[in-house]
Each structure stands twice: as C-alpha cells, then as structure tokens.
Ligand binder design. Structure first.
Ligand SMILES: [Zn+2]
Length: 313
C-alpha cells in the first residue's frame, strides 16, 4: 500500500485551537521544507498542563503559548520529543516563564541502545553536512527530568508515557496519552512526508525497529509535531515500513547487479525524482546501507560514507 499521506494546508499560526477535551495546539510561524506548516506545540490537560515540543527560539511563539493558557493554569512539564532546533530550544525560555520542568531523553548516545547484537559502524562525519536538509541539533539540551523508555508523567487529568523511538535522531521519544490512546509522534512519523534519516545521528536500523515498536501499542490516533493528525495509525505505520522495505530491496538489487557506489545507484533508484533532491536521496540510501551493514547483509570495508564501496555479504 502506498503511504496514505494527509495534509492540512490551511492553518493559522500563533492561534490556539482546541482539538479534544484534553488537547490544544498552537502552530509556530516557521513553515519550511522540513517543518511543513510549522512546529505544532501541544498543550495537554486542563488546569495543570504539560506542553509538548515548545519549538524553536521564537518570541512570538512563546507569547502565543502563554496566551493559549488560562491565567490560572499551571504548566508542570515541558516534554521534548527530540533535540532538533525546531522542537526543543524554546524549552528554556518557557521554563523561565512557567517554572515547569523540562523532560526529554537524557543524552545522545552513539552506541546501539536497542539491539546490541548489531555490527558497529562508523559514519564519516563530513557526510553529515553533505546536505543542508539536516535539521540543526541543540547540543546543550539538559532536561530537568531525563526520561527513559516507559517512564510515565502525570497530571490531574492526563497520563503521558514515554516511548523510546530512535532513528530520526537517537534521542527521539514519542509520548502516549493514555486517556485518548493518542501518540505524539514528533518527527518519528509525519502525515505529509516520510521522516528524514540522516546518519550518524539518524539510523535506519533503529528507525525500522522503532516503527515496529509503535505497532505493539493499543493506539487510535497519531499527532505528529508537523502536519495534521493521522487516523488508522497501524495501517499508516505499516505503509511507512513497507515503503522503506521496498527501497531496501531496490538497494539490495543494485548491489546484486554489481553496483557498489551510491552515486551510481541514485539515478536508477530515483529515476522519477527531481535531480535537485539527489543529495537528500543519497543520504537516505547511505542510511539504508548503514542499516544493512549493521544487520550483516552488506559489507563495507572502510568507513561508511557516500563514496564508499558496498557489497553483498
Ligand atoms: Zn527532527
């Protein structure tokens, strides 16, 4: 099944919209090729609330979040799905205004945290800057409450559970709102596009595991940080998985034909794609190949980089 993308082009920046009895949203005025209509900041609960993904450093957005709250409301927690610059940096200013505790994954680690049996890989750092598609990373993120997989935070009318979902970046968390069987998916799953995986902070093998991980939960709705909500979450996640598996099969097919270099695979794999997107496509293929090396299907004799030779094992 093709990915059943969903779009919501008509939105109002900086305006609070109530989505459900427990969820309000405010969208930041930072639209772009990787943020779609902008960063959605969610307010969860009533009276004592949690705020998910405060957004980029942006004074107007900070004012909009504060205005969205009733003057008597208290912000107890600021939850961060991951430390890309369009998600986490406003947390500090919001903490100063509200006294809330910042909660997020403890630190970026480069070891494999989900599957330690994987083969270790090293991705050349120069390639990480090969394309400007990569969202900048807030490297000084330091949560008051470091979260681990399955940690639970509570308010009077809400329960949020952290689900560790590395892949887009290795400190990514999704948050499950138990009362509504809704998952705030950050950039792990988006409705309007596929998630961008850029090594070395992004990792395709972790990403695929994290998609499978979400399938094991009893959930009814996904709320990404960019774009509209996703209904039928399991079918959507399965379509995301199938999309990546197909690409992986195509890459293995290229290797079977003796094509060893990414630059020679791209024109074949992305024949229908605008050539300006080839650098981004190359990073995606690199991410797939790193995953295939880690799972032992592909061999790369040197550092994993765009110019390396890859072979089937
Ligand atoms: Zn991101």
């Amino acid at each position: 099944m093709a990915i059943p993308y969903v779009f919501e082009d008509e939105i109002e920046h900086g305006v609070c919209k109530r989505l459900t009895p427990l969820i309000r949203r405010v969208i930041c005025n930072n639209p772009g090729p990787f943020t779609y209509t902008g960063t959605t900041t969610f307010i969860v609960g009533n009276g004592v609330v949690a705020i998910i993904d405060p957004g980029p450093k942006n004074d107007a957005h900070l004012d909009a979040i504060i205005s969205a709250l009733d003057p008597s409301e208290v912000v107890s927690h600021i939850l961060v799905t991951h430390t890309h610059s369009d998600h986490s940096p406003l947390a500090n200013a919001l903490e100063e205004k509200t006294g809330a505790k910042i909660c997020g994954f403890a630190e970026i680690k480069n070891d494999r945290q989900i599957n330690k049996s994987r083969i270790d890989t090293k991705v050349a750092i120069e390639d990480a800057n090969f394309v400007e598609m990569e969202e900048a990373i807030q490297r000084d993120f330091n949560p008051d409450i470091p979260l681990q997989h399955q940690d639970i935070l509570n308010g009077p009318d809400w329960t949020l559970e952290a689900i560790y979902t590395p892949g887009h970046i290795n400190n990514h968390l999704c948050f499950l709102l138990h009362e509504e069987k809704t998952v705030f998916t950050g950039d792990h799953i988006m409705g309007w596009a596929t998630s961008v995986i850029v090594p070395p902070d992004g990792n395709m093998a972790d990403y695929m595991d994290s998609l499978e991980r979400l399938l094991s939960y009893d959930i009814e709705l996904l709320r990404p940080t960019h774009g509209p909500e996703i209904e039928n979450p399991k079918a959507f996640i399965q379509a995301y998985i199938t999309h990546r598996q197909k690409r992986e099969e195509q890459i293995l097919g290229q290797l079977a034909k003796g094509t060893t270099k990414i630059q020679d695979m791209i024109p074949v794999l992305y024949a229908d794609t605008d050539k300006r997107l080839y650098p981004a496509a190359a990073m995606s293929v690199l991410a797939h190949l790193e995953g295939l090396v880690q799972t032992g299907k592909v061999i790369c004799k040197d550092e994993i980089k765009l110019s390396s030779d890859f072979r089937l094992k």
